[in-house]
Design a protein around this ligand. Sequence first.
Ligand code: G3P
Length: 217
Amino acid sequence: MRLYLDSADLSNLLPLLETGVFYGVTTNPLVLRESRVPLSSLGNFAKAVLAQGAKEVYFQTWGEKPQELLERGRKLAHLDERVVVKLPATREGLSAAAGLHKEGIKICITAVYTPFQVLLASAVGAAYVAPYLGRINDSGRDGYAIVSKMAQALAHTKSSTEILAASIRSSADLVTLAQDGIRCITFPTRIAERLFAEPMTLEATQAFEQAAQEVAK
Ligand code: G3P
């Protein structure tokens, strides 16, 4: 299971990464803007999260033309070999992704909403494809069924492209996705914090500690 933190807020990210539970960090321009992280500091951001144990860090390229997306994606990839470059599932994004893949750069096709888009991601050699579960559900469709269909399509074509489910709105989403074999999921740090706060576990642990203190005397 690879759990990722979808955030650019180091004050929240670093303590969570220190637990060793989380595989990586994903960002996009919205997440960077929310935490006021300038593009000029992505190198230091990558250093900080990788030093704290992240094995991958995702940065999304930008631009209207494939060449812009490709050149900026190449620069992002060169920040560290553990950087994964995100590109939108548009004609331009997929075209730039095909070029970056040829250069040996790890890519993730993002902003995916429909099953056929995972086939396009697989066709350009994407390591990951990121369906936006929450936003698919927001649109009134059954996001779980759609992501499940995506997973089946990739599995049955023996694709090496992995689903990295995104736009997660609750810890329940993680289990529903895992039941369909989705093993890469990225979610906000507020959801990550809740994973360690199961009240009955905390209560039981407090009782263990109390008892241990007593028998340790
Ligand atoms: O990684 C995509 C994620 O940041 C979007 O999440 O909840 O804004 O749809 P959300």
